[in-house]
Design a protein around this ligand. Sequence first.
Ligand SMILES: Cc1cc2nc3c(=O)[nH]c(=O)nc-3n(C[C@H](O)[C@H](O)[C@H](O)COP(=O)(O)OP(=O)(O)OC[C@H]3O[C@@H](n4cnc5c(N)ncnc54)[C@H](O)[C@@H]3O)c2cc1C
Ligand SMILES: NC(=O)c1ccc[n+]([C@@H]2O[C@H](COP(=O)([O-])OP(=O)(O)OC[C@H]3O[C@@H](n4cnc5c(N)ncnc54)[C@H](OP(=O)(O)O)[C@@H]3O)[C@@H](O)[C@H]2O)c1
Length: 251
Amino acid sequence: MSAWIEGRVAGCRQWTQSLYSLQVDAPALTFTAGQFARLALPAPPGSKEAMIGRPYSFVNPPSAQPHEFYFIILPEGPLSPRLAVLKRGESVWLAPRANGFFSISETAEAESLWCLSTGTGIGPFLSMLRTDDPWVKFRRVVLVHSVRYAEELTYRDAIAGIGHARTGAFHYVPMVSREADRDALAGRIPQAIEDGRLEGRVGLSLTPENAHAMLCGNPAMVEDVQKVLATRGMRRHRRKEPGHITLETYW
Ligand SMILES: Cc1cc2nc3c(=O)[nH]c(=O)nc-3n(C[C@H](O)[C@H](O)[C@H](O)COP(=O)(O)OP(=O)(O)OC[C@H]3O[C@@H](n4cnc5c(N)ncnc54)[C@H](O)[C@@H]3O)c2cc1C
Ligand SMILES: NC(=O)c1ccc[n+]([C@@H]2O[C@H](COP(=O)([O-])OP(=O)(O)OC[C@H]3O[C@@H](n4cnc5c(N)ncnc54)[C@H](OP(=O)(O)O)[C@@H]3O)[C@@H](O)[C@H]2O)c1
């Protein structure tokens, strides 16, 4: 099998100066919601490798094409600025298989699922929450999107669609840390758990008895949230040793 399959850019959306979504036609590539693809472009001449590839979570549910990826443009990064200037019809390469274990099948049984994300880490949750799997397994689902500025609270239409489809079972909590926002909680996720504001907002408790937490995005957030949840007796979930926390770090 060849190392890469060729996809075509089907569309794009720029949300802010640095946040971008890319739609890619690559029907041969299948995945489980929560997994990531590896996107690649040819490396500059003289590079050691022929291609520069990076992992990106699927945002679309597996039942919908084209594939969609949501990313931040890191101006010094070798790949993200190049992905952001691709035009409709241009080629982008993908690894032939999706990867990752950040999926609903890898969570423990619980009453409620807490999806805690920073920045672009909301992507895999948008994929998972647009399948039936979480709604069959959990009675309630909370999606927290924690960003620096209110304009980074993206995908509001997709989130509203999930709310309409799952009335009464879905709670969306926006958080903004670097400016005041009327609808969002202020500050960071770990503090909002510690001081009870997050549970107060949704009216559910986040405890080992009733919750499973999935964490995605900034590795410092993932670490700090695990520390707070550990004080409540919550620990990493593993197949051989069931727990309460599943995680994906982006760097
Ligand atoms: C499993 C997995 C899934 C990923 N999915 C996504 C995704 O869906 N969307 C996405 O934007 N990125 C995602 N990433 C990160 C992505 O693979 C790239 O690292 C990122 O796009 C930057 O690529 P680059 O070549 O421009 O710079 P790199 O050289 O790869 O990164 C430069 C630096 O930027 C920072 N950084 C990397 N990614 C992010 C990020 N997402 N947000 C903030 N800072 C970051 C880190 O400090 C990193 O060292 C994922 C990473 C992993 C491991
Ligand atoms: N967002 C932008 O405008 C922007 C633009 C260009 C480039 N970048 C670069 O992109 C990278 C990341 O940007 P980003 O804004 O997507 O992601 P981010 O830095 O991960 O910030 C997203 C949210 O996570 C919070 N956070 C950070 N550390 C945390 C921790 N230990 N525990 C809990 N929450 C934590 C942030 O709070 P705080 O605000 O309190 O840190 C913010 O609310 C950085 O390298 C940045 O320089 C960002």
